[in-house]
Design a protein around this ligand. Structure first.
Ligand code: ADP
Length: 630
């Protein structure tokens, strides 16, 4: 029979499995049992929702059996089975979920120790088996099919005999080597221990015939006791899903292992939330906050959601409606008996109960995050580094619908000690006379630090929040205020801290030099809304600020978007009237207007550069500088 070839990416993973020097080869059993359990779930779900199917709990099970002589380990399930096409599609290529994640996230190297923690799925069988034979019969199908492979050189699929529904996987174990002992997977006690360790919560019984010994009844009282061996069927797992156990019964390690296995992560989660509710809507939920953003988190491909179970049966792999976008990074599951099972999955999404659960979870996640912030700052900051963006977008989205939920979770780097602070920390240490929460936007903290616009605020000793992400200023505009304090950009026209005397002085200077300011404004007509004497600058000669709703940072962000409609902030060129340059400008007004024009343009260009904007015509700008040097 002609061998079919594995798809190239599958072949790489397969190669890795075959030559794996990974020490925890034992996880193959967990993977195969999980697949078996998923397959039974699918059938079970069908039976619950299809009136024509009858349901017998005893029909759903997994069985392990060993044949020491043939050196085979067999895993049988009574699940939904696979058609010929599915065999081809599912086992000939890497399946989407875990394996793909694995493939994209990691350069697959020979000694990637990480593989054991991943859901590498079906192919992990090749860590221990030289040949894998899958015999499967699908619900409703007339014939069964057999898939067989001895590794990377391909696989065959052929029709075969199988009476019962479901899938049987026979692993012909590799021969022992000096370093590796594969015989251990033929030992009943070893297998039982592995099931306990990794698959105890599987909700279908995992049977195995265990060899035991018992004393033979004596005919002669004085004769020595003799023993006979016999076989007894045993159920190896307790079948209680981890989320149905009491918190007190569970160790952190159990929670973490479950997470890594179910959600394909190689790192322990940052936070585990195990919660339940009883009442009008009752449910149990096990939620995890990952320690890092999934590799595809910021792509369109990422699908947020929680697994949804109805009394232990998984009915939806990814129910998006259970999580708001701003908490889209949360992984986990919800199990509720109150959901109407017999309706289609689309309708389920609009189920009222589902909304109630989603609301509870949202509040719960928030309160757990706030607890973390209070009790383990370091961990919270780690969380925040990974997931600040969705939180900020959450504030901004839907016209700020979730802003009150999220505002307490926000943090920004502040000018004080350059560490992250929450808004409430900022407000609590504001001096009494400080009216606003000040912020400055820019590409990086280093650049913001040098912004001339911030000089006055800094001199006052007020703390400044550094906004380095696109979304920051938009989010804050939606928030508008925090605990009654409004936000104010250090680049905005009126800072609310100008000293009255000083202000008068500047105004006077402006009136005295009206001609100069009008001249400069004319030179820059169409580019700036005004040229003014500055009340905020101390050591710098000039800067650009803005008036109105759109700041210069927002202008940059908005104009970077693919749209024809460009916006422009209302720019103001501020001139420091106490700077020596100002004296020069006034002198030039009477002596050399041409030169003043050039100086004005150069000053404006320089101010743009400070803002991270390019002068409209960079060549012209450079020529003007050269002219002045001349
Ligand atoms: P994953 O389980 O992460 O999707 P696997 O490589 O383990 O990836 O399995 C690939 C696919 O093969 C599964 O998604 C499932 O559709 C199918 N499959 C595997 N084992 C079984 C089984 N015992 N019964 C039915 N289908 C199975």
């Amino acid at each position: 029979m002609a061998k079919k070839q594995f798809k190239s990416e599958s072949k790489r993973l397969l190669d890795l499995m075959i030559h794996s020097i990974y020490t925890h080869k034992e996880i193959f059993l967990r993977e195969l049992i999980s697949n078996a359990s998923d397959a039974i779930d699918k059938l079970y779900y069908r039976a619950l929702t299809d009136e024509n199917m009858t349901f017998h709990a005893a029909d759903y099970y997994i069985r392990l059996s060993v044949d020491k002589e043939a050196r085979t380990l067999t895993i049988t399930d009574t699940g939904i089975g696979m058609s010929e096409e599915e065999l081809e599609a599912n086992l000939g290529t890497i399946a989407k979920s875990g394996s793909l994640d694995f493939k994209q996230n990691h350069e697959i190297t020979e000694d990637a120790d990480i593989i054991g923690q991943f859901g590498v799925g079906f192919y992990s069988a090749f860590m221990v088996a030289e040949t894998v034979t899958v015999t499967t019969k699908q619900l409703g199908a007339d014939s069964a099919f057999c898939w067989e492979s001895s590794g990377a050189d391909g696989y065959t699929i052929s029709p075969c005999e199988k009476d019962s529904l479901g899938t049987k996987i026979v692993l012909k174990l590799k021969a022992n080597t000096d370093e590796e002992n594969y015989d251990e997977f033929l030992e009943e006690y070893r297998l039982r221990a592995l099931v306990k360790k990794y698959s105890d919560y599987i909700r279908y019984p995992i049977h195995m015939l265990m060899t035991k010994s018992r004393p033979i009844e004596k005919t002669d009282e004085n004769a020595p006791t003799e023993y006979e061996t016999y076989q007894e069927d045993e159920i190896l797992n307790s079948m209680v899903p981890i989320w149905r156990k009491n918190k007190s019964e569970l160790s952190e390690e159990e929670y973490n292992n479950f997470y890594k296995e179910k959600f394909y992560d190689y790192e322990d989660p940052l936070l585990t939330i195990h919660t339940s509710a009883d009442g009008v809507t009752s449910y149990k939920a096990l939620l995890y906050i990952p320690a890092h953003a999934p590799f595809d988190y910021y792509t369109k491909e990422y699908e947020k959601g929680l697994k949804l179970y109805n009394s232990g049966v998984m009915i939806m792999d990814n129910c998006a409606d259970l999580l708001p976008d701003s908490f889209g990074f949360v992984k986990g599951l919800v199990d509720s008996a109150d959901l109407s099972l017999n309706i289609s999955r689309e309708i389920l999404q609009h189920d009222r109960q589902l909304k109630v659960i989603a609301n509870h979870l949202q509040k719960k996640i928030k309160s757990e995050l706030l607890n973390l912030l209070k009790n383990d700052r370091e961990k919270y900051e780690k969380f925040y580094q990974a997931f600040a963006r969705p939180l900020k977008f959450g504030v901004y989205n839907e016209f700020g619908r979730d802003k009150d939920l999220l505002k307490d979770l926000l943090m920004f780097v502040s000018s004080k000690e350059k560490t992250l602070v929450t808004l409430s920390e900022y407000v609590s240490r504001m001096p009494e006379e400080q009216k606003y929460i000040y912020y400055a936007s820019g590409e990086s903290a280093d650049k913001i630090e040098k912004l001339p616009q911030a000089e006055l605020v800094r001199e006052k000793g007020y703390e400044i929040l550094y906004f380095t992400e696109d979304v920051d200023e938009f989010a804050i505009q939606i928030l508008h205020e925090f605990e009654g304090k409004e936000f104010k950009s250090v680049s905005s026209g009126d800072l609310g801290i100008e000293n009255e005397d000083q202000k008068k002085e500047e105004e006077q200077k402006e009136t005295e030099n009206k001609e100069l300011f009008v001249f400069m404004k004319d030179v820059l007509s169409g580019k700036v809304k005004d040229v003014k004497a500055s009340t905020r600058l101390k050591s710098h000669p000039m800067c650009i600020t803005s008036e109105g709703a759109i700041s210069i940072e927002m202008e940059k962000v908005l104009n970077a978007m693919p749209t024809d409609h460009k916006v422009q902030a209302e720019r103001i060129l501020e001139i420091n009237v106490n700077h020596p340059i100002f004296a020069k400008l006034t002198k030039m007004l009477s002596e050399d207007k041409d030169k003043l024009k050039k100086y004005t343009e150069v000053l404006y260009g320089g101010a743009l550069l400070i803002e991270g904007l390019t002068p409209e015509d960079p060549v012209e700008f450079s020529n003007q500088i050269c002219d002045l040097i001349d």
